[in-house]
Design a protein around this ligand. Sequence first.
Ligand code: FAD
Length: 402
Amino acid sequence: MAQRILIIGGGFGGVVTAQQLSKKRLKDTEIVLMTDKPWLEYYGVLYRLLTGGSPAEACIPLKMILPGNVHVLIDRAESVDPVGKTVRGESSAKHSYDTLILAPGSEPAYFNIPGMQEHSYGMQSVKQALALRMRVEECIASMQGADDARKATLGHFMVIGAGPTGVEIAGEMLPHARELAQKAGVDPSLIRVDLVEAMDRVLPIVAANASAKVLKRLKSLGVNVLLNTAVESADAKTVKFKGGETVNVSTIIWTAGVKASGLLSKVPGLELDRRGRAVVDEQLRAKGVEGIFVVGDCAVTPYAGLAQTAVEDGIFVARVIDAQNNGQNLPVYHAKIPDYAIPAGPFWAAVKYKFIRAYGIPGFILRRAADFHVYSLVMPWKHIYAAFFGKIPLKKYGIEIS
Ligand SMILES: Cc1cc2nc3c(=O)[nH]c(=O)nc-3n(C[C@H](O)[C@H](O)[C@H](O)COP(=O)(O)OP(=O)(O)OC[C@H]3O[C@@H](n4cnc5c(N)ncnc54)[C@H](O)[C@@H]3O)c2cc1C
């Protein structure tokens, strides 16, 4: 009887696993990719949507990139029964598997900060990026004709978390919002973007000298960087810092924490770490349950949380399954040290690529080259230009983003 490999999640980890398994031409094997939407989202370019970039840069239709022998199942996985080897979908259908690959990615963690989840904007989907873009435009439109106090609040945007996403947003948003204000006849100096970080520097994950360069860049743009500042609570109009100060803002953008998809807590027997990620062995098999692999953001590996890691994981798991099928020795997982290319405002990025360190315009060029490379990891060459320039005809693939 044919074996059924079920992959949950149509992001980088899930898609690359499916593509690689497909290439292995495994005998009597059905490959099913179960995901909640018919496209892969490239989060790395979402910041570009804030300033008018096309959703077609970030949405890659699965039909465009998955081979014919991968069956796509659009359903949201709600829970897994590892004994019966079934996954229950939002549709109430039960989907069986012989081997399960978990790749549902991550979701925001709000650390129980009162009001934060309800009152903040996020940046984990094309829809969220477009909602934020619209919010900035609305605030600036409302500044016209408002009194001075109201103008100051409407023009005040607060990004919480100075990791790569927070830096990308703050750097992109401030010059763009000031330009919009100028066009709307509003004094651009009334636009204020705070970047709030609990640690003592921006980009705590990069080397101190790179962090210092990015801080200088953000300050030169006019971003108000608040370090060693922790948030206590938020509501629709204010943010309260630990220590007592309360600030009036129009818009809060939360980028300060992520945890693994809540789906993992619905898989009985999985061993999870404090961020809800699954502990895995040297073959990326979940500890505690049989027949389940974990890739990407959901696996406890040294560099989880990056698209490059999710891609490596997908390639690796396909190799393990192939070796298993052929009765060969199983490969051992080695985490690859990641590079980074972090944009900080128009035509500027901080880049580490192997021995190369680049900042400013050279960094920006390398960053765009990195985007090109990321597209090439999941799609055929003939489609890369369309993705890079935001020209994928999404409607043709039945995708409407509103
Ligand atoms: C704003 C932002 C910018 C980023 N920039 C970069 C960057 O520049 N470089 C970099 O390397 N990394 C970057 N990352 C991180 C990177 O995008 C992730 O690490 C990577 O996407 C993880 O891949 P994944 O396959 O584990 O999860 P994802 O890519 O998140 O894919 C998970 C998929 O599963 C689907 N899904 C979720 N739950 C279910 C369910 N229950 N049932 C069915 N389907 C489900 C989701 O809709 C999604 O399609 C960025 C992340 C963000 C948020």
